[in-house]
Design a protein around this ligand. Structure first.
Ligand SMILES: Cc1ncc(C[n+]2csc(CCOP(=O)(O)OP(=O)(O)O)c2C)c(N)n1
Ligand SMILES: [Mg+2]
Length: 538
C-alpha cells in the first residue's frame, strides 16, 4: 500500500482544523476531493489550496462511484465530501457497493453548526452516524471540533485495513476554523501473514491431492497477486475458475489452465467442480449465491481451503479450512515451499464458438458486438462493466488477459459502472478505459458523462441498448413467470443515448448496422475526448 509521508506537518503550535486535515490528506496522498457541495461543506473550501483538485459529480451516487474507481485503480483510499443528510442518502447505493467492493474511502459529510444543532436547523443530519450504517466500517461525528483531524487519520488507517471499505466522518460546519493541534501521520501496517502451521497443512494437501481446482476472487487483483497466482496454478497444474460475481479479474482468461466462470448457484458450482479433490478458494467468499439452492456446497470427496483477507467472510464459510492472510503474502509463502508435484495438465477448456453477424433486418447480438469490440481494442485497455444480462457474453467474447484491466461491482447495485469508469480513467491517464454499460444501468448515474467531459477523459462508453431490463426478464422464470413473460416495469423505450450524451457535453454515435460497428468503435477508441457509442442490440 502507499505509505504516508510521515515527515508530516511542519507546523508547530496550533493550526485550524482545516489546515490540520489538509496536511493529513497531503501526507495520505488524497489531494483529489470527490464531491458535490452544499452550504454545510463550504467552510472546508475556504482558501482552497493549489495542490488539491475538486472532482465534481452532479449527483452523489456519481461522486462515490468515481471515488470507488479512483481508489481501486490507485490502491489508495479516496477522499469524498458529501452534503449532510440528503447527499449521503443519494450516495448510499454506491456506498453499499464500495463496502462490498472492499474499496477504501474516507467520506466526510457536512453537518450544521454545533451551536444550532439543539434547534433542529435546516439541513441538519439528525443521526448522522447512523445514516450510512451498516455499510461503512465506522462512522463518527467527533465529540469536539478539535478532534476532527484525529478522526480523519483514524478513518484513513481503518479504511485501508483489510477488509478495506468506506468510513464516514460527519463534520459540523463551524468546526473547520477552530484551532487544534496538528496530527502527525503514522505508519500503520495493513498486511497479514498467514499462520505458518495452517499454511503448511494447506501446502501439504495441495502437494498430495490429485486434481486441484483454484477459485479466484476479486481480492487477488486488488492485492496485486496476479503473478503469484499464475505461478502457483502452473506449479500445481490446477484448473482455475473465477469465483461467482467477482468484481475483478485475477487470472488471464486465455491461459491454458483457465476453466471459466462459476455461476452464483449452489448446485451448479457443485456440478462444475465435480472430480476435483481439493478446492482452493483464493480471495473470494466460498461461495456467493444469487438464488436459493440446497444440498452440499462442494462435490463429494473435495476438501475446501480458503485464503482470505476478511475475517467475517472466513467465519461464514460453510466447511473446510479458512486461512486469514493478505492474499499476495499467503501465495508468496506457498510458493516458497520446495515441493514440485508431478501432475498431468488438465484437459483444456473447449473453445468458444464465434458469434455470428445478424441476418439482414435483425438487431445484432450482444455477443457479436462484444466480439467486435474485442477485435479492435488494445488488450491492455481497461474494461469497466455494468451490463447485467450481457455478463456471460462479456465472459465469452471479451476476454481479460492483463491484471487490473477489469472492474465491475461486487454488490449487484446498479449505478456504479459509469462513474467508476471516470474514476479509473482519472487514475490511469495513460490507459484507454472502455465502459460497457446496459441501457438500464446507464440511467442510474448518467451524470457521470458530465464529469468525463469536464475532466476531458478519453473514455469510450459503449451502451448496449436492448430497450429493456433484460436481466430481470431472463430471471423471471426462476420466480414462476411463464417463459417469455415480461414482468412489470422491465420494458424501456425512447431512451436516446446520443442526445443524452450530447446534453452532457460528450460526443456520441448510434450504431444499428453490424457492418458499421468495427469502424465506429475503432474511431471511438482513438478519440482523445470521451465518446459514447450506443449500439442497438437484440
Ligand atoms: C440499484 C439497483 N436497482 C435495481 C436493480 C435490479 N436490476 C438488476 S438487473 C436490472 C436491469 C439492468 O438493465 P440493463 O442495464 O439494461 O441491462 P440488461 O439487463 O438489459 O442487460 C435491474 C433493474 C439493481 N440490481 N440495482
Ligand atoms: Mg437493457
Amino acid at each position: 500500500m502507499p505509505q504516508p509521508t510521515v515527515e508530516g506537518s511542519s507546523r508547530t503550535g496550533t493550526v485550524t482544523v482545516r489546515e490540520a486535515v489538509l496536511d493529513l490528506l497531503r501526507s495520505f496522498r488524497m489531494t483529489k476531493i470527490f464531491g458535490n457541495p452544499g452550504s454545510t461543506e463550504l467552510p472546508l473550501f475556504l482558501d482552497f489550496p493549489n495542490d488539491f483538485s475538486y472532482v465534481l459529480g452532479l449527483q452523489e451516487s456519481v461522486v462515490v462511484g468515481m471515488a470507488d474507481g479512483y481508489a481501486q485503480a490507485t490502491h489508495n483510499a479516496s477522499f469524498v465530501n458529501l452534503h449532510s443528510a440528503a447527499g449521503v442518502g443519494h450516495a448510499m447505493g454506491n456506498i453499499f457497493t464500495a463496502y462490498r467492493n472492499r474499496t477504501p474511502m474516507v467520506i466526510t459529510a457536512g453537518q450544521q453548526a454545533r451551536s444550532i444543532l439543539p434547534f433542529e436547523p435546516f439541513l441538519f443530519s439528525g443521526q448522522a452516524t447512523e445514516l450510512p450504517k451498516p455499510y461503512v466500517k465506522w462512522s463518527v461525528e467527533p465529540a469536539r471540533a478539535e478532534d476532527v483531524p484525529l478522526a480523519i487519520a483514524r478513518a484513513y488507517y481503518l479504511a485501508m485495513m483489510p477488509p478495506r471499505g468506506p468510513i464516514l466522518v460527519s463534520i459540523p460546519a463551524d468546526d473547520w476554523g477552530v484551532q487544534t493541534e496538528p496530527v502527525v501521520p503514522r505508519h500503520v501496517s495493513t498486511s497479514i501473514r498467514p499462520d505458518p502451521a495452517l499454511l503448511a497443512k494447506l501446502g501439504d494437501e495441495l502437494d498430495a491431492c490429485k486434481r486441484p481446482a483454484f477459485v479466484i476472487g476479486a481480492a487477488v487483483d486488488r492485492d496485486q497477486a496476479w503473478e503469484e497466482t499464475i505461478s502457483l496454478a502452473e506449479r500445481h497444474n490446477a484448473r482455475v475458475y473465477v469465483a461467482p460475481m467477482s468484481g475483478r479479474c485475477g487470472f488471464p482468461e486465455n491461459h491454458r489452465l483457465f476453466a471459466g466462470f462459476l455461476p452464483a448457484i449452489r448446485e451448479e458450482i457443485v456440478k462444475r467442480l465435480r472430480g476435483h479433490d481439493l478446492v482452493f478458494v483464493i480471495g473470494a467468499p466460498a461461495f456467493t449465491y444469487h438464488i436459493e439452492g440446497h444440498g452440499p456446497h462442494l462435490p463429494p470427496g473435495a476438501e475446501l481451503f480458503q485464503l482470505i483477507d476478511d475475517p467475517t467472510t472466513a467465519t461464514w464459510t460453510p466447511e473446510g479450512t479458512s486461512i486469514l492472510s493478505s492474499i499476495r503474502l499467503g501465495l508468496v509463502d506457498l510458493l516458497a515451499r520446495n515441493a514440485r508435484p508431478q501432475r498431468p495438465l488438465p484437459e483444456p477448456r473447449p473453445t468458444i464458438p464465434r458469434a455470428e453477424p445478424p441476418v439482414e433486418g435483425n438487431r445484432m447480438s450482444v455477443a457479436y458486438a462484444l466480439q467486435t469490440l474485442h477485435e479492435v481494442r488494445d488488450p491492455r485497455s481497461i474494461v469497466v462493466e455494468e451490463a447485467p444480462s450481457s455478463r456471460s457474453a462479456v465472459q465469452a467474447h471479451l476476454p481479460i488477459v492483463n491484471s487490473e484491466t477489469f472492474f465491475t461491482m461486487c454488490s449487484g447495485g446498479l449505478g456504479h459502472g459509469m462513474p467508476a469508469a471516470v474514476g479509473v480513467a482519472l487514475a490511469k491517464p495513460d490507459s484507454r478505459v472502455i465502459a460497457v454499460i446496459g441501457d438500464g444501468s446507464a440511467m442510474y448515474s448518467i451524470q457521470a458523462l458530465h464529469s468525463a467531459a469536464r475532466l476531458k477523459l478519453p473514455i469510450t462508453f459503449v451502451v448496449l441498448n436492448n430497450e429493456r431490463y433484460a436481466a430481470l426478464q431472463d430471471f423471471a422464470p426462476v420466480f414462476g413467470f411463464k417463459p417469455g413473460a415480461r414482468p412489470q416495469g422491465t420494458d424501456l423505450a425512447q431512451l436516446d443515448f446520443v442526445e443524452l450524451a450530447k446534453g452532457h457535453g460528450v460526443q456520441a454515435i448510434r450504431v444499428n448496422r453490424a457492418l458499421d460497428l468495427r469502424d465506429v468503435l475503432t474511431q471511438a477508441l482513438r478519440s482523445s475526448a470521451p465518446m459514447l457509442v450506443e449500439i442497438e442490440v437484440g
